[in-house]
Design a binder for this molecule. Structure first.
Ligand SMILES: O=C1O[C@H](COP(=O)(O)O)[C@@H](O)[C@H](O)[C@H]1O
Length: 223
């Protein structure tokens, strides 16, 4: 794992957006196309603002979330809603979106359909992950009902419920995240830095982020 510390989060988001764009360009140059997975939550909005304005062949990029909350896009908790507002504007509006949500009561009803749409875009070219202070990443939560499937299974997507998550979730599995060509984790604040340090001496069952640290670049700013 590489750890990059920044003077502030504004500089971090600009540098990170540049790195993601360069990696996407390299993937397009090599394969004629690229796939990008990005997190939701409260952290990545500013990196999306910068990335969305960067010029690259966005029409050759397929974008998906690392995980989604099983709520309609109109909900303020929808990660898709965040992407539509902050990433798919400007240059990045030309990217293709691969949703992790479809209208249904339970994520299990749509799992196969969503999984089939992702299959042609694996392995992922570039992955950006967030992390919660409880050491979850994507929606792989400690104590989740299908934690073993998400950490050790062969599936692309796992539907799960967890004590730390107010709604059902759907998440890329650790295997898909580990198989990605490039992997970044973005975190802000002293609490998350301490959590990340703690995760390094815990098992993925206790600290799911530990499953994706190998080969990852962690980007951190205090505020
Ligand atoms: O619920 C989620 O949480 C994590 C961390 O979110 P943050 O608000 O602490 O940045 C996020 O990476 C994930 O995509 C999201 O669904």
């Amino acid at each position: 794992m590489e750890f990059v510390e920044y003077a502030d989060s504004e500089m971090m988001m600009i540098d990170l957006a540049d790195r993601l764009a360069s990696e996407l360009r390299a993937a397009i140059a090599a394969d004629g196309r690229a796939s990008l997975a990005v997190p939701g939550g409260t952290t990545p909005g500013p990196v999306f603002d910068t990335l969305s304005a960067i010029s690259l062949d966005w029409d050759k990029v397929h974008v998906m979330l690392t995980d989604e909350r099983w709520v309609p896009e109109s909900s303020e908790r929808s990660n898709t809603g965040l992407l539509k507002r902050r990433l798919f504007t400007g240059e990045a509006a030309a990217a293709h979106y691969l949703p992790l949500y479809a209208e249904a009561e339970r994520p299990e009803e749509k799992l196969d359909e969503l999984q089939q749409q992702l299959a042609p875009h694996l392995p992922l070219s570039v992955v950006l992950l967030g992390m919660g202070a409880d050491m979850h990443t994507a929606s792989i939560f400690p104590g989740a009902d299908r934690l073993d499937a998400a950490l050790n299974g062969e599936e692309t997507l796992v539907a799960m419920r967890a004590p730390g998550a107010p709604e059902p979730r759907i998440t890329l599995s650790a295997k898909v995240l580990q198989d990605s060509m490039r992997r970044h984790i973005v975190i802000i604040g002293a609490e998350k830095r301490a959590a990340l340090e703690k995760a390094q001496s815990l098992s993925p069952e206790e600290a799911p982020v530990a499953a994706v640290l190998k080969g990852a670049t962690v980007h951190w700013a205090e505020s």
